[in-house]
Design a protein around this ligand. Structure first.
Ligand code: PLP
Length: 508
């Protein structure tokens, strides 16, 4: 729950913040507490009436160790100045609350907020709310991207402003720093920042010389980009069905699909778990074909203690906002360990140009913005903690499903060959009850998603290539039975319990 503390309340507690029951709930992380930076100098002036500079600073530091500074801009102040709904300070608070999905404002004078949509309560009311039925805590979104701003926004802002002040907006050292971080993290020698995960796939295919007349084997059960990138490169996608327990591409089916036109295999590490790579890599080596990992959902995942992105010739990552490491827009990365491929990627990224305005080949604009790189660098420092939280959530789900006696009715994800990073926690619901369950959960405030409802070979723009219903039965069955539950690092154990409780209710 996200709460904004109004200045009147902060003034009341600032001289002894350690004793305040509400702040202690923030410290325990039961509540996500925010404060407007504009109030800090006010608070300081107030504290100076009863203490010296050193004491006032110490008090404020203590308050801020429990709360986060809201990212305020000059515009917020301008808008509050012209608002006539109530006094300036209340307008400022209400405006921030509305702009940032704040659940509640804590203030000594809730009546001042009556003209706004935001809910305003007194500290006493808020404490009661926290300990009582808390009905609005019973909302479990798949992802609440703003929820983790709480932890890292200062950090992100700092990095963003460095870029703005430097005016180096495209590539440059900010992008290089991120490339180094990601390459090291993925245990690859090099990384090339690009404009999206889709472009990471496309540029990798281009760099490996794959195009017209070539076949690329991939899975029919993935996000469309995997397929689209192959077509955009000019090659022909050839599907191989998935393994029914991991949902990843099946090696046996790849073997059957190989022809003398096969130039690459493009396995996807679906939901955050690596495909069974050893046999694929062995086959590729034997046949002299490339392996490109679609690791868009799998940053930090491991296969037999090797990192996703370091297994094939190229590893493709997406930093789309909802991915495990998400930016504030589109971004992607290719990891490689061949110096030759690395150089090729860097040239293709800037329209095939090695020397400015001299073009030896046709590449594209696959550049990564420095602002995105700055945001991602700041968020990267939290990635391991967030990933471990996802894994803990997965363990808790398993325990809760077991305790609820549900393991005979739904099938839980199987960890097959190393660290699963749970981009998604996907259960399988038998007897075509999946859609009904999704609806049932939705009505009770629990979001869930279907990844993916239509396998690629049955998409309108793909069926022209001769595929039909029945060609990939495991992918088709998975499309009808899978359901992804909320698993992101922001999801609390309390919420997991609520999800499983409702699934239990659905089946009883
Ligand atoms: C997200 C995703 C992509 C595409 O990444 P974008 O950054 O959205 O272009 C590709 N493949 C898979 C499996 C994905 O999940």
């Amino acid at each position: 729950m996200r709460v904004l503390f109004h200045i009147d309340y902060l003034i009341e507690i600032a001289s002894a913040p350690q004793d305040d029951p509400l702040l202690s709930r923030c410290r325990e992380k039961a509540v996500e507490g925010w404060v407007l930076p504009a109030y800090i100098p006010l608070l300081y002036q107030h504290l100076l009436q009863t203490m010296d500079d050193k004491g006032a600073r110490a008090s404020i530091r203590q308050v801020l160790s429990f709360l986060t500074l809201y990212p305020m801009t000059g515009m917020d102040i301008q808008e509050a100045l012209i608002s006539e709904s109530t006094d300036f300070a209340s307008s400022l608070t209400a405006g921030a609350a509305e702009a940032f999905n704040i659940d509640t404002v804590v203030t000594l004078n809730p009546q001042k907020f009556s003209k706004y949509e935001v809910k305003a309560v007194t500290p006493e009311e808020f404490l009661t709310l926290l300990t009582s039925g808390k009905p609005h805590l019973r909302r479990v979104p798949m992802l609440d991207m703003t929820a983790s701003y709480h932890e890292c926004l200062d950090h992100i802002e700092h990095e963003m402003f460095k870029v703005i002040r430097s005016s180096r907006f495209i590539l440059g050292s900010t992008v290089q720093d991120l490339e180094t971080k990601i390459a090291n993290y993925c245990k690859a020698d090099f990384a090339v920042g690009v404009s999206s995960g889709t472009d990471a796939l496309l540029i990798s295919l281009l760099a490996l010389g794959i195009g017209e007349g070539d076949e690329v084997i991939t899975t029919p059960f993935t996000f469309f980009a995997t397929y689209g990138a192959i077509v955009r490169a000019g090659a022909r996608p050839v599907f191989a069905d998935i393994d029914s327990t991991t949902f990843n591409i099946s090696f046996e089916k790849i073997e059957q699909a190989v022809t003398d036109k096969t130039k690459a295999i493009l396995p996807v590490h679906l939901y955050g778990q690596c495909a069974d790579m050893d046999p694929i890599l062995e086959l590729a080596k034997r046949k002299g074909i490339a392996v490109i990992e679609d690791a868009a959902q799998a940053i930090g995942a491991e296969y037999k203690n090797r990192k996703a992105g370091s297994l094939g010739d190229a590893g493709c990552f997406s930093f789309y906002p909802t991915k495990n490491l998400g930016g504030f827009g589109d971004a992607g990365m290719v990891t490689v360990s061949s110096a030759e491929l690395y150089e090729k990627l860097k040239v293709l990224r800037v329209h095939g140009s090695q020397t400015r305005y001299i073009h030896d080949e046709v590449g594209g604009n696959f550049r990564l913005d420095a602002l995105q790189a700055a945001i991602l660098s700041a968020r990267f420092d939290f990635l391991e903690t967030w990933t471990e939280k996802r894994r803990t959530n997965a363990d808790n789900y398993r325990r809760l499903f077991e305790q609820a006696g549900l393991t005979g009715l739904v099938k839980l994800p199987v960890e097959s060959s190393g660290r699963h990073v749970y981009h998604q926690f996907v259960i399988r619901v038998w007897e075509s009850k999946r859609n009904e369950l999704k609806h049932f959960l939705e009505e009770r405030g629990v979001s869930s998603e279907i990844y993916y409802p239509v396998p690629l070979h049955l998409q309108k723009c793909v069926m022209g290539s001769g595929y039909k219903m029945g060609d990939f039965p495991h992918a088709e069955k998975a499309a009808g039975e899978t359901l992804a539950l909320p698993i992101s690092h922001e999801v609390t154990t309390d919420q997991l319990e609520y999800v499983v409780e409702n699934i239990k209710n659905f089946f009883s």
